[in-house]
Design a protein around this ligand. Structure first.
Ligand code: URA
Length: 198
C-alpha cells in the first residue's frame, strides 16, 4: 500500500534527522488497514525494535492475552504507537558497564510524530481508538490522567471518533495488587461491551 510505505518513509526521515538524544531503533504500526479498532501505545521497547512490531515484549504478551480474552486477535486490530522510536537512557555502572533501558518519550519527541500519527489514524479510519496509558491519552485527548477516565467510552469531538482510555498493560507489572488487576480486567470486559455498541 502506497500510503503505508509513505508513512514508513516519513517515520524514517524523522528518526534520521533526530539528534537531540540517542535512540534505540524504530518501528511502524502493524495490523490491517482500514480497521475498526486501533490501539495506540506509548513507544516501542527493545523487543519491538528487534522484531519490527509493536507490543511483542513482556507488555505485549499481557496485551495479547487480554485481547484474546475478549475474542480479538492481532489479525483484527491495528496497533501503533505515539512515538515510533525507542527512547532510551544509558547508565554507567561502577565497573564502567553501560546499561540501556527504556524511558518514556518526552513531549517534544511525541510532537515529532504528531502529523504521522494523525495521518495513520486517518488511513486506518477506526471506529474506536483505544489509548494504552498516559502518553497516547494526553496526545489524543484533553484528559490529564488515565486514573480519571479509564474503562469508559467517550466520543472525541476533535477526532470525530470514539476513544476508550485504558491503562498501559505494563502497569500490571508495576502495580501487583489484586485490586488493580481486577480493575484492569474489568476495563477489558467494559471494552468488549463498548465494542458491541458501535
Ligand atoms: N509498549 C508500548 O507502549 N508500545 C509498544 O510497542 C511496546 C510496549
Amino acid at each position: 500500500m502506497k500510503e503505508l510505505e509513505e508513512l514508513k518513509e516519513r517515520i524514517q526521515k524523522v528518526v534520521e534527522s533526530y539528534d537531540s538524544e540517542e535512540i534505540g531503533g524504530w518501528i511502524t504500526g502493524s495490523g490491517p488497514i482500514p480497521c475498526d479498532i486501533l490501539f495506540v501505545g506509548e513507544a516501542p521497547g527493545k523487543n519491538e525494535v528487534e522484531q519490527g512490531k509493536p507490543f511483542v515484549g513482556m507488555a505485549g504478551k499481557t496485551f495479547e492475552s487480554y485481547l484474546q480474552s475478549i475474542g480479538l486477535s492481532r489479525d483484527n486490530v491495528r496497533i501503533t504507537n505515539t512515538c515510533f522510536f525507542r527512547p532510551i537512557k544509558k547508565k554507567v555502572g561502577k565497573t564502567g558497564k553501560v546499561t540501556i533501558s527504556n524511558r518514556p518519550p518526552k513531549v517534544s519527541e511525541v510532537e515529532l510524530f504528531r502529523e504521522i500519527l494523525d495521518d495513520e489514524i486517518a488511513l486506518v479510519n477506526p471506529r474506536i481508538i483505544v489509548t494504552l496509558g498516559n502518553i497516547p491519552l494526553k496526545r489524543l485527548t484533553k484528559f490529564k490522567n488515565i486514573g480519571e477516565c479509564h474503562g469508559e467510552l467517550y466520543f472525541n469531538e476533535e477526532l470525530k471518533r470514539y476513544v476508550f482510555p485504558m491503562y498501559h498493560p505494563s502497569s500490571l507489572t508495576y502495580n501487583r495488587s489484586d485490586d488493580f488487576k481486577s480493575l484492569y480486567e474489568k476495563d477489558w470486559v467494559k471494552l468488549k461491551e463498548a465494542l458491541k455498541t458501535l
